[in-house]
Design a binder for this molecule. Structure first.
Ligand code: NDP
Ligand code: 8X3
Length: 249
């Protein structure tokens, strides 16, 4: 039986790669994002298996109308991939913008719980699954991670809480926690600074969007009695560093 996945943030990075991965396996794919032309490009590429749903995830009215407007064959959502998200800024807290902090919270947290809440009835009815994109930043703090890390810690803990709340309902919930992966993420984080983005990945063999798509597809295609609770991954070129110590002399 054909299954249906809704992937937020399908215009770039993990979301676009996942739209392709799931469509290739015969799933119906609803891809969301603000950039209509990118979604149209996926529609041209993937054909009738793909439904573009253009909306800003922070706009609940637009989100609800996109859900209401889903064509019949896309209404039975089996899998929600909460992927849309962003980091803004790399400065330590005193040098940050409060507006950017609020945008990260509105996008990574408020929009994610809003869409999840609206889709819970169909996901429960269909004994479906939810995969949330957290990050290694949920667990490991770093300078400049401040609110971004906080939002991802929320996503991780919310995922675990949902598992508990959905006990006995047959709905699976997973928190995926990648480290450095080359997408448009750093371009967005640095306000479009291509040089900064290129410098971050220079000489590194980072994760690729396709690696994450493969992981998401693997999680989704496990037998229904198996739930991956959390899954953390990094490129081999990234690992951990020690604590910092401030000395007064
Ligand atoms: P990209 O910047 O490449 O893609 C982000 C996607 O999110 C885009 O499709 C964008 O669509 C969408 N998005 C952002 N804001 C909104 C909004 N307000 N409304 C609708 N869509 C929105 O990033 P990645 O693919 O790398 O990141 C995907 C997720 O994975 C994010 O949650 C990120 O935090 C997380 N992550 C990324 C890592 C990395 O190193 N790349 C590592 C760990 C986690 P559009 O702009 O068209 O609206
Ligand atoms: C993105 C990974 O290490 O830049 O979530 O926070 S990191």
């Amino acid at each position: 039986m054909t299954r249906t996945v809704l992937i937020t943030g399908a215009t770039a990075g993990f979301g676009a790669a996942s739209a392709r991965r799931f469509a290739r396996e015969g799933w119906n794919v609803i891809g969301t994002g603000r950039r209509a032309e990118r979604l149209q490009g996926l529609k041209d590429e993937l054909g009738d298996a793909f439904h573009p749903a253009v909306f800003d995830v922070t706009d609940e009215k637009a989100m609800l109308s996109a859900i209401a407007d889903l064509p019949e064959k896309f209404k039975g959502i089996d899998l929600l991939i909460n992927n849309a998200g962003l980091a803004l800024g790399t400065a330590a807290a005193p040098g940050t913008s409060l507006d950017e902090w609020k945008t990260m919270i509105n996008t990574n947290v408020t929009a994610l719980v809003t869409l999840t809440h609206h889709l819970l009835p169909v996901l429960i009815e269909r004994k479906g699954a939810i995969i949330n994109l957290a990050s290694v930043a949920a667990t490991y703090p770093y300078t400049g991670g401040n609110v971004y890390g906080g939002t991802k810690a929320f996503v991780r803990q919310f995922s675990l809480g949902l598992r508990s709340d959905l006990h006995g309902k047959g709905v699976r919930v997973t928190s995926i926690e990648p480290g450095m992966c080359e997408t448009e993420f750093t371009l967005v984080r640095t306000g479009g600074n291509k040089e900064a983005s290129d410098n971050l990945y220079r000489g590194v063999n980072p994760l690729k969007a396709e690696d994450i798509a493969e992981t998401l597809y693997w999680v989704a295609s496990l037998p229904p009695h198996m739930n991956i609770n959390t899954l953390e991954m990094m490129p081999v070129h990234q690992s951990f560093a020690g604590f910092q110590v401030f000395r007064e002399d």
